[in-house]
Every structure is written in C-alpha cells, then in structure tokens.
Design a binder for this molecule. Structure first.
Ligand code: FES
Length: 578
C-alpha cells in the first residue's frame, strides 16, 4: 500500500468483520459513547501509555504527565488517547521484575499495533518499563517519544542526604552489622524514598533514562528533571506538541535507533558508571532491530571512555544535582569527541545540534571534565574464562580496588534458598578472602534473574568489619548496589553452564585487568563434573511460566524470548572513526 493510501488515525487497524466501512462505522459509534465528536476523531491520534499503578510509586506522577502531554497534543492539533499497559515495579513483582519485562514488551507492542494511533508517547521509568517499551517500539517502528517519570528527590537523616536505594543497602548493612538499632533503621525507612519518581542514584532507572536520551529517543532534558518538578510537566507539554509533528511527518525508531546511536548510549553508560542491567536491556532493544550488541567491543570502548559523573553508588551526588548541573547535555558536551554527532533524534535535530544548543551549567561539579575524570576508564568490564564461556560483567567502578585481582576459595550456595538459610550461620566456613558463589539465579534458574548478585556479607564477617568480598553469580544486581561483584555468568548454572559444577573449596581467580574469571579446575575434571550433573526436568506444564522457561534467552542475547527475536545482521557498538 502506498504511503498516501496507508490508513491513518481512526481508520488504522480496523477490526475484521469482512466489511471495512462497517468496521469504521462501528468503531466511531462506540468511541462517540465517550463523547468524542467527528472533528476530534479526524485529527492525528496520539497514543499515550498509562503505566500508573497503585503498586508502582516510581510512576506516581504518570497521571499529571499524561494531562500535560494531552495539553501539548491538543495545542498542536492532535487527539490524545491514553491507554493502559502493564506497570512493573521492582519491589512489587514476584518472582522478579525481569520475569515480567518481556510480558510488558509484548503487551505494549500489541496494544500499540491493535489500537488506531499515529504516534505514541511512552511514559515509563521504573527499571524494566522503558526497556520493555522500547523493545515494543523497535519491533513496531511507529513514531514514539519516551518520557521518563524522572528521579525522586533525596531525603535526609541526621544531617546527611539519603537516596533509594544505595543508602537502603548501606543502612541495611549497618543494621546487619549491629552498628545501628531497630529504631534507627525504622527512621531511615521513612526517609529513603521521600517523593514519587525513580531511584535518584545512578541505578538502572537513571542509567536507562540517560542512555535513551543519548540515543535520541527523548527530547533533551528528559532524563534528569526531578519527577515532582513543574519543569517535568512543561517538558511533557513540549513532547505533546512534538509528537503531533512526528505523526504528520514520521521519524520512526528504526531511523533513530541505529548501531551509531546505540554506540552513543553505550558511551554514556560507561561515562556515567551506569547499571550493569543496562547491558542486558540494550542487548534486547538492539536485537529487536537486528543489531547484535558485541560485549567484547563494548569492553574495548570502555577502555577509552572515562567515568565523568560523580553520582552514587560510585560517587557522592544524586540525580537532582546532575539536573542542576545541566543533566545529560552537560555529560555529552564532555563526550563530544567520542560520539556520533550526526545521529538523528526525535526532535528532528541531530545529537550534535542538540548538544551545541544546550546551556552550560555547573553548580555542583557533578560532571567532571574528561581531563579530570572520576575514573580514567569506563565503569563496566566484560569478563570471560572457563567459568563464563559466553561472558560475565563487573562494575569495577563500584568495586574495591584491592579485590580486582584476587584468588580465593569458593564458598558455594546452590540457590537463593540455600543462601538465605546458610549465609548467616555462625558455623559457615568462610573468611573475608573467600569468593562467595551463588548458582541458579539466572534467567531460568530463579527464574527471572533476580537482583541477587549483591550477596550479603556473612553476618559474622560483617560484624567483624568486612565491607566487601568477591561475589560471583549468574544473577543480576541492582544498579544502586556496589561491591566486587561478578554478574550475568553465561551460560547460567540452570542452563548447564560451568558455574553449576563449582564446589566448596575450588579456587577461583578474578583478574579484571586481564578481563578473566577462571576456575582452577582442569578441563577434564570440568567435563566429568558437567556429565555428572542431574538432568533438569521441566516441571511447569502450563501458563506464562512455561513459555518463559522454554523460550527465555541467556544474558548475552538480552533475555528476550527466542521467538520474539529477528535475525541479527548488524553489530554495535561502532566506535567513532571506525
Ligand atoms: Fe523503581 Fe528504583 S524501584 S526505579
């Protein structure tokens, strides 16, 4: 069908009754029950995802954002129509939010496809939501603009700033070590999340919002404006006006999300010392576009990119300070020599044009210059070795430097249940030099790849003052956490990876400089142990869990369902000049 004849607005995707005119007649009859007139229905129709939920405080401001987008859409002559999709919050998702990300991606994609809309505003924020929405947008290729809900403001406790959830972990560690009492931990609990919005440290939500803006899928400023500021609503009004222009003159996600713009996002990931989770999500988003995210190249890229942003958990500040210092654009101004500046953005301008137009502010010096970085190279590293044949990651910017080269005795936990039962056992045979190993917490194992990679320090060691140990697993870790933690070991134990055969007392070598994670067991012994592993038996016979367990891919493919992935024919990242 030619562009001219492609149905638009209310005429898109008519329900099949064998008579298209009748389908349109019926559709209009029903929508008029909501009070819409023909004049309204003839306008470009702008879908707005409604991810508000009483179970999702990170999206508590979504109703206000929707109202603001609607104002902008109406000002520009469009017709706004919001529609619900799944909403996923980290603390209200059993077994894990990751288990539900693909469900949200499919839900969002199919609702965008099923209902008549010419362009869509995607409002998300909590960790898995924007990745799920962009997986949908990439698959569908309809004009979209992302509005993150924005970061929370910080709280205060005894004269110090507090933020979710780096300080949740820090204070819980103090409580476990007996350094603070029940009353104080209760007081802290009241202060950690003082407003609606996403975690205000450089956790997954902040990381994703900054990367998405760098990739060109949000208007400038989107990532850092605090959730409760009036400016976020004015930004949303701007998006409302711009999305109508995109409905009339489409720029689609495939034109914006290219190997080059994904490279820009990955450069930002390194420079902000962002969350390890972003690697999995961007692998999944890129895969929807037929782009394979090459983690070896990602690692090489990181060796050129300094960490510039001084935010918790690797630094000292919070997102509200980054906002006051100019947000993402201040970071990009420092990164210009590394970026593909000619990438198109949803504004219709190139990334380079947007960076040049951004005002320069520097109140707190949150964003360091490239000559005076927080850390000379990128915050994340890709590891491999006989323990992780298809890779693993470590956020070395948040690790204890003295542990980045370490040889230790394995103390093994077979599952999360085993960990819960034994980690605080006073008789546990463990010292600070050992390596804590958690198995069966990967995409299939848990299932849902929980953020369990931040294994707690055994209580008896914590009480003796131990703050960090080398910990390895096939799990993920919250972007708000810190420590010498090797994650995403692939293949996972439950998928027959070598992690499954590690035994108590085996020696493990971590060498981040050499990008190596190695089990000091002979190849022959590894093969013998692998052959002796019990065969896994699929006990789930029906439902979403069956679909999930049968089709979820490993971390190196983004943990999408295998049947949702196209063939991967292109590669990212592409360093500037290659
Ligand atoms: Fe939603 Fe942290 S729990 S962003």
């Amino acid at each position: 069908m030619s562009e001219q004849n492609t149905p638009k607005g209310m005429k898109k995707g008519l329900t099949s009754y064998g008579d298209l005119d009748f389908s349109l007649f019926l559709r209009k009859a029903f929508i008029k029950a909501m009070g819409y007139g023909d004049q309204a229905l003839d306008r470009p129709i702008i879908g707005i995802t409604n991810t508000f939920s009483d179970f999702n405080p990170c999206h508590g401001n979504v109703p206000q954002i929707i109202r603001a987008v609607e104002r902008g859409v109406m000002q520009a002559g469009g017709m706004p129509m919001s529609f619900p999709t799944i909403s996923v919050h980290e603390s209200f998702s059993y077994p894990t939010s990751m288990y539900l990300r693909n469900l949200m991606a499919i839900d969002t994609e199919e609702m965008m496809r099923a209902q008549p809309m010419d362009a869509v505003v995607l409002i998300g924020g909590c960790d898995k939501t924007i990745p799920a929405q962009l997986m949908a947008a990439a698959a569908l290729d309809m004009p979209v603009i992302v509005i993150p809900t924005g970061p929370m403001l910080t709280g205060e406790h005894k004269g110090e700033r507090l933020g979710a959830c780096t300080d949740c972990r820090r204070f819980w560690g103090k409580f476990r070590a007996g350094e603070i009492d029940q009353q104080e931990i209760n007081d802290v609990n009241e202060k950690l999340a003082p407003t609606t919005g996403t975690c205000m440290v450089m956790g997954t939500a902040s990381t994703i919002a900054l990367m998405v803006e760098a990739m060109g899928m949000s208007l400038p400023g989107a990532a850092a404006i605090p959730a409760v500021y009036a400016e976020r609503l004015r930004h949303s009004e701007d998006v409302g006006r711009r999305i109508v222009e995109l409905a009339r003159q489409p720029i689609t996600p495939k034109e914006i999300m290219t190997p080059e713009s994904i490279t820009n996002a990955l450069i930002v990931l390194h420079a902000i010392g962002g969350s390890t989770n972003a690697i999995i999500h961007f692998t999944a988003i890129a895969a929807k576009l037929g782009i394979r995210l090459d983690l070896q190249k990602f690692d090489e890229l990181g060796k050129k990119i300094p960490v510039l942003v001084d935010l918790k958990p690797s630094g000292d500040f919070y997102m509200e300070h980054l906002y006051e210092d100019g947000g993402l654009m201040a970071i990009l101004q420092e990164l210009k020599p590394f970026l593909h500046l000619d990438c198109l953005t949803v504004s219709g301008k190139t990334l380079g044009q947007e960076i040049n137009a951004a005002p320069v502010k520097a109140v707190h010096q949150v964003v360091r210059s490239a000559k005076n970085p927080i850390y000379p190279v990128g915050g994340l590293a890709y590891l491999s070795g006989n323990l992780a044949p298809r890779g693993a990651v470590i956020k070395h910017a948040s690790a204890t430097k003295s542990l980045l080269q370490h040889r230790g005795r394995a103390v093994v936990f077979e599952s999360l249940e085993d960990l819960t039962i034994r980690i605080d056992d006073p008789h546990l045979d463990v010292t600070a030099d050992d390596v804590l190993v958690l198995k069966n917490a990967g995409p299939k194992g848990a299932p849902g790849m929980p953020e369990a990679g931040y294994l707690p320090i055994p209580k008896k060691l914590a009480q003796a003052g131990v703050k960090d140990m080398v910990r390895i697993s096939d799990a993920r870790m919250s972007g708000t956490a810190f420590g010498t933690i090797v994650l995403h070991i692939t293949p996972e134990a439950a998928d027959g990876g070598p992690l499954a055969i590690v035994q108590n007392g085996d020696w493990i070598v971590l060498d981040v400089e050499k990008r190596r994670i190695h089990l000091e067991v002979s190849d022959a012994e590894i093969q013998t142990r692998l052959q002796q592993l019990p065969k896994s038996v699929q006990t789930v016979k029906s439902g979403y869990r069956k679909l999930y367990l049968q089709t979820v891919t490993q971390a190196d493919l983004g943990c999408d369902f295998d049947f949702m992935m196209p063939e991967l024919t292109r590669v990212a990242p592409i360093p500037f000049g290659d």
